[in-house]
Design a protein around this ligand. Structure first.
Ligand code: TMP
Ligand code: ASP
Length: 254
């Protein structure tokens, strides 16, 4: 088979040229990084789990009318996506104070917020993805006021969807990050949810026990990251049958 053209390699994923113009293949690696890649590890099976989980969430969003870049899952580690122009922002929604917000404001992790809060970071690893106000985003032309209004509306809808789905399996959605891409249909622009939605980019706490089931397990050395993600996938009913146990004979993957 001809080698595919590599478009971009990130910390957790690789993008390859897709089979048709306007498409990419998104490959999920097992690499885990934290603190702007100061901490690194390979977590066997993470890419397979995140591929499945991102598929599950993106399909769910499509079903309720929120457009995403997702077209279809191709295999254990790859999905076909629409080529989009990524807006260089991390769009973060918080329901409960945790992580950088708790630290910055001296709040206890776990303090409920009076309403969901949407914030933006400028996507630039060399700067450590700094938090930016809307004024900067508009002044520097990363997005227009109209884009931002649409992005906030999409982010809050994603929050409602994700909170509901997670609540249904006994998990509290503390916060999450999404990325938004532009798709052009001739001169007409649409904004779609892009990148991935997975426990790498959310905080997920068990409602009963408060147990962390997201990348904080790796950031804070709280145990097995693969076990945490497997638990999320199991509860959502999207566990691929052969992730945790190596197959002893050829297994049909669908
Ligand atoms: P923070 O509290 O560290 O700012 O993170 C907020 C949310 O964004 C949390 O769910 C984790 C996610 N996140 C990413 O997906 N990528 C990142 O690089 C960072 C810093 C956070
Ligand atoms: N995604 C960032 C990194 O890879 C930070 C994080 O998720 O904690 O370093």
């Amino acid at each position: 088979m001809a080698r595919r053209k590599l478009i971009y390699e990130g910390k957790a994923k690789i993008l390859y040229e897709g089979p048709e113009p306007g498409t990419f293949v998104q490959y999920f690696k097992d690499d885990a990084t934290a603190f702007n890649a100061e901490k690194k590890a390979v977590i066997e099976g993470k890419g397979v789990l995140n591929n499945r989980l991102s598929e599950f969430f993106m399909k769910g969003l499509t079903n309720i009318g929120i457009p995403t870049h997702f077209i279809k899952r191709l295999n254990m580690r790859e999905q076909l996506i629409r080529q989009v122009e990524i807006i260089p922002l991390e769009v973060i929604v918080r329901n409960v104070a945790a992580g950088s917000m708790a630290k910055r404001l001296g709040m206890d992790e776990g303090t409920p917020l009076p309403r969901p809060i949407v914030e933006f970071s400028y996507k630039d690893d060399s700067l450590g993805d700094p938090l930016v106000p809307e004024e900067y985003i508009i002044a520097f032309g990363w997005a227009s006021q109209q884009d931002l209004d649409d992005i906030v509306s999409i982010a809050l809808r994603v929050n409602d969807f994700m909170s509901g789905v997670m609540h249904g399996v006994g998990i509290k959605l503390i916060d999450f990050k999404i990325e938004i891409g532009r798709v052009w249909d001739n001169d007409f622009q649409r904004l779609v949810v892009a990148d991935e939605i997975s426990p790498d980019s959310c905080r997920l706490w068990d409602i009963e026990t408060g147990q962390k089931l997201d990348k904080d397990v790796f950031r804070k050395d709280l145990g097995s990251l693969a076990d945490a993600y497997t638990e999320v996938a199991r509860r959502l009913g999207v566990l691929p049958s052969n992730v945790t146990h190596a197959p002893t004979k050829p297994t049909l993957i669908n």
